[in-house]
Design a binder for this molecule. Structure first.
Ligand code: AHG
Ligand code: MN
Ligand code: MN
Ligand code: MN
Length: 314
């Protein structure tokens, strides 16, 4: 099986250069470290919540803070990284003055699942940015996107410009390639949505969900975007976190720069679709680091049905 290291050396058709290889190697090392910390968090007092509220208004978990520090350290060890942007940090953090790549990340996705031993993840994106003014660019400006899913296995899902590759961590801490060209099947009868928020759905989403239930679709909702995404990579389906129709300006729950954009790039690179309604996620022009957007992605035929439902209501 191909190791992650070997894969990094096969650069043709990818965006990889010597600098990005170093960045990716350090990010992969960070995910290994986070994976280790998670395995024994209850034994190490890394559970519960701190008294600290992050810029999102969420009570930070000890592992949010620890994972954030591990990812920041990976950026510091990469000389070409100019800035780090994190869910857990109010604004961008300058890393190396002569850096040319910004690393944007959700250090721990699905924190509400930490104490109940359910899959969580790390989401990351790498863009070209030498100044802070270059950070707010649309998702098609991403060079690299990926996530690590910390579940029964630890898997790394990555796009470096040539489809999507999946790696699984072995007992020796080596990522081995388990898929060289992952694809999302265009059709699947399974949706992921937090059904408790049904009263806040717009008509397009409500009508799609109603029809899906009437036609025998299954429902899964993990509460970790990474876990729901990984299931969709594995067997297809659609994930929806719509905006609240009663608070449209809020944009929804998920953040554009370090959740919707990296997942959107991976999903499109695997033949799926990722929209906010009638437009794609990757074409949204960001206006702020922690901007929230509605998120709908997954099997292309299913997402196209939802997009059509929006178009009918224009
Ligand atoms: P994070 O833990 O990084 O703040 O992200 C949590 C997100 C996402 O992972 C998940 O899909 C969603 O929150 C779950 O939202 P609800 O708790 O409203 O279902
Ligand atoms: Mn959070
Ligand atoms: Mn998240
Ligand atoms: Mn998070």
């Amino acid at each position: 099986m191909t190791t992650f290291e070997t894969y990094l050396e096969t650069r043709n058709g990818t965006v990889l250069d010597d600098d990005l290889v170093v960045v990716l190697r350090n990010i992969a090392e960070a995910t290994r470290e986070i994976s280790d910390k998670l395995r024994t968090s209850s034994l190490d007092g890394l559970t519960g919540a701190t008294e600290i509220t992050n810029v999102q208004g969420e009570a930070q978990k000890p592992l949010d803070i620890l994972s954030n520090e591990i990812m920041l350290e990976a950026c510091r060890r990469s000389p070409s990284v100019s800035f780090a942007v994190s869910e857990e940090l109010d604004s961008e953090v300058a890393i190396h003055g002569d850096g040319k790549y910004a690393v944007i990340f959700d250090p721990l996705d699905g924190s509400s699942n930490l104490d109940v031993n359910v899959t969580v993840g790390t989401i990351f994106s790498v863009i070209r940015a030498s100044t802070s003014g270059e950070i707010l660019k649309n998702g098609r400006g991403q060079l690299i996107a990926g996530y690590a899913a910390y579940g029964p296995q630890t898997t790394l899902v990555l796009t470096v410009g040539k489809g999507v590759q999946i790696f699984t961590l072995n007992a020796d801490g080596v990522y081995l390639m388990t898929s060289a060209d992952a694809k999302i099947v265009p059709e699947a009868k399974e949706f992921a949505i937090n059904a408790a928020r049904r009263s806040s759905w717009d008509d397009a989403v409500a009508s799609y969900i109603e029809e899906a239930i009437d036609t025998g679709h299954n429902m899964r909702w993990v509460g970790s975007m990474v876990a729901d995404t990984h299931r969709i990579f594995n067997r297809g389906g659609v994930f929806l976190y719509p905006a609240d129709r009663n608070k449209p300006a809020s944009g929804g729950r998920l953040r554009l720069l370090y959740e919707a954009n990296p997942i959107g790039l991976l999903v499109e690179a695997a033949g799926g679709a990722a929209i906010i309604g009638t437009s794609t996620i990757l074409d949204i022009e960001p206006t702020s680091l922690h901007q929230r957007v509605p998120v709908i992605f997954g099997s292309k035929n299913e997402v196209d049905k939802i997009s059509a439902a929006y178009r009918e209501r224009i």
